[in-house]
Design a protein around this ligand. Structure first.
Ligand code: NAD
Ligand code: UD1
Length: 335
C-alpha cells in the first residue's frame, strides 16, 4: 500500500513510518514541523533502508492538502497530526479546536474527493470519562475534561458520522494509553519542545543532567505506593499496532475504536526505579502536590485489540526505559 502519514515526523508517526516501510509499504509523510524537525526523515530512511518522501504542508491549507493527494495515489491514511499539550490547550483552546478539528475535516474532505476511504486516527485514553471504572473498555462513556481531550472526542464523533453517511469508509479510532520509549537504534525518539509535561521525557532529562530533580505529583493516592498508576506502552509496540489496524480496516467497513495499551499499570515510583536501572544511577526526586486533573489509576482493558487485531504489547518497562535512555543520550550529545 501507499500510505499517507499526517504528522509522520512526530514521535509516534516516525516510529510507525519505520514499521510500515520495513513491512514493505510505501510511506509519504505530511508535516508542517510545528512540533518536529525535518531531520527525522533522514533518520527514518537510514533505519528502514528505504526512501520516505515528505510533504512540508499544513493540514489547514486546503489547496496544499488537495495538491498532495493529486500527486500521490494513496491507499490509506494514518492521521497523527495534531496539537497534544493538555495545559496549552486550556490556555489556547481556539488553536486546538482549529488545528485538530479543521485539520481533520480538510484531510477527510481531500480523502473523499480522491476516493481514499481507509483511515486510522490517533485518539487517546483521554476520551474516557473520568468516572468510568478502570480498566477502561471501548464501550465506556466518553467525555474529556480539557480542550485537547474534547478535540479527540469530537473528531471520533465526526469520523463515526462520516462512516454512517458513506458505508465505503473504514476508520480505526486508536485510543493510545501512555506511549514511551524509542526505537532501539536510539536514532528516533520523543523530542519535546521546552520543559516536558509528561513523566518519561522529564525523567530522561533529569537523568541526562538537563533538569535538576524529578517532581512526583502526589504520593497520597489510594495506590500501592501512593503515586499515580498509568498504562505505559512502548512506542514500537504502538507503531506495530497501526500495521495490524491497517490490515483490519482493509477487510471491513465502519468505525472501530480500539484501546492500544498493555492492560497493566505502573506507578510513578516504579517507572523512576526502572529508569534508574537503565541509566545506572539513582535520580533525585521531590514529592510535590497532586497535579490538577490527574486521576489515580488509568489503564486499558486490552482484550478487544487482542481479539480483533491480534495485538499484544511485547516490550516491558525495562525495555521502554532502556530505549528511552539510549535515545536521550544520543539526542543529548547532538547525534
Ligand atoms: P507529535 O507532536 O510528536 O507529532 C504530531 C506531528 O503533527 C508533529 O510532527 C507536528 O509537527 C504535526 N502537526 C501538527 N499540526 C499539524 C498540521 N496542522 N499540519 C501538519 N502537521 C501538523 O505528537 P505524537 O506524540 O507523535 O502524537 C501523535 C498523535 O497521537 C497526536 O494526534 C496526539 O494527540 C496523539 N496521542 C499522543 C499521545 C502521546 O502521549 N504522545 C497519547 C495519545 C494520543
Ligand atoms: C498525559 C496527558 C493525557 C494523555 C496521556 C497519554 C496530561 C495532563 N495528560 O496523561 O491527555 O492522554 O498523557 O500520553 O498531560 N507525573 C509526575 N511528575 C511529572 C509528570 C507526571 O509525577 O513530572 C505523574 C502524573 O501525575 C501521572 C504520571 O506521572 O500520575 C503520568 O503522567 P503523564 O506522563 O503526564 O501522563 P498522563 O497524566 O497519563
Amino acid at each position: 500500500m501507499n500510505i499517507l502519514l499526517t504528522g509522520g515526523a512526530g514521535f509516534i508517526g516516525s516510529h510507525t513510518a519505520v514499521v510500515l516501510l520495513e513491512s514493505g509499504h510505501d510511506v509519504v509523510v505530511l508535516d508542517n514541523f510545528s512540533n518536529s524537525k525535518p531531520s527525522v526523515l533522514d533518520r527514518i530512511e537510514a533505519i528502514a533502508g528505504r526512501s520516505c518522501p515528505c510533504e512540508n504542508a499544513d493540514l489547514l491549507d486546503e489547496a496544499a492538502v488537495r495538491d498532495v493527494f493529486d500527486r500521490h495515489g494513496f491507499d490509506a491514511v494514518v492521521h497523527f497530526a495534531g496539537l497534544k499539550a493538555v495545559g496549552e490547550s486550556v490556555e489556547k483552546p481556539l488553536s486546538y479546536y482549529a488545528n485538530n478539528l479543521i485539520g481533520t475535516i480538510r484531510l477527510t474532505e481531500a480523502m473523499a474527493e480522491h476516493g481514499v476511504k481507509d483511515l486510522i486516527f490517533s485518539s487517546s485514553a483521554t476520551v474516557y470519562r473520568a468516572d468510568n471504572p478502570v480498566p477502561y473498555h471501548e464501550d465506556d462513556a466518553l467525555g474529556a475534561t480539557n480542550p485537547y481531550g474534547r478535540t479527540k472526542v469530537m473528531i471520533e464523533q465526526i469520523l463515526r458520522d462520516v462512516c454512517a453517511a458513506d458505508p465505503q469508509w473504514s476508520v480505526a479510532l486508536l485510543r493510545y494509553f501512555n506511549p514511551i520509549g524509542a526505537h532501539p537504534s536510539g536514532r528516533i525518539g520523543e523530542d519535546p519542545n521546552g520543559i516536558p509535561n509528561n513523566l518519561l521525557p522529564y525523567v530522561s532529562k533529569v537523568a541526562a543532567g538537563e533538569l535538576p530533580v524529578i517532581h512526583i505529583f502526589g504520593d497520597d493516592y489510594g495506590t500501592p505506593d501512593g503515586t499515580g498508576v498509568r498504562d505505559y506502552i512502548h512506542v514500537m509496540d504502538l507503531a506495530e499496532g497501526h500495521l495490524l489496524a491497517l490490515e483490519y480496516i482493509r477487510e471491513r467497513k465502519g468505525a472501530f475504536p480500539f484501546n492500544l495499551g498493555t492492560g497493566k499499570g505502573y506507578s510513578v515510583k516504579e517507572v523512576i526505579a526502572a529508569f534508574e536501572r537503565a541509566c545506572g544511577r539513582p535520580l533525585p526526586v521531590e514529592i510535590d502536590a497532586r497535579r490538577a486533573g490527574d486521576l489515580p489509576i488509568v489503564y486499558a482493558n486490552a482484550d478487544l485489540a487482542r481479539a480483533e487485531l491480534g495485538f499484544s504489547a511485547k516490550r516491558d518497562l525495562t525495555e521502554m526505559c532502556a530505549d528511552a535512555w539510549r535515545w536521550q543520550q544520543r539526542a543529548w550529545s547532538g547525534q
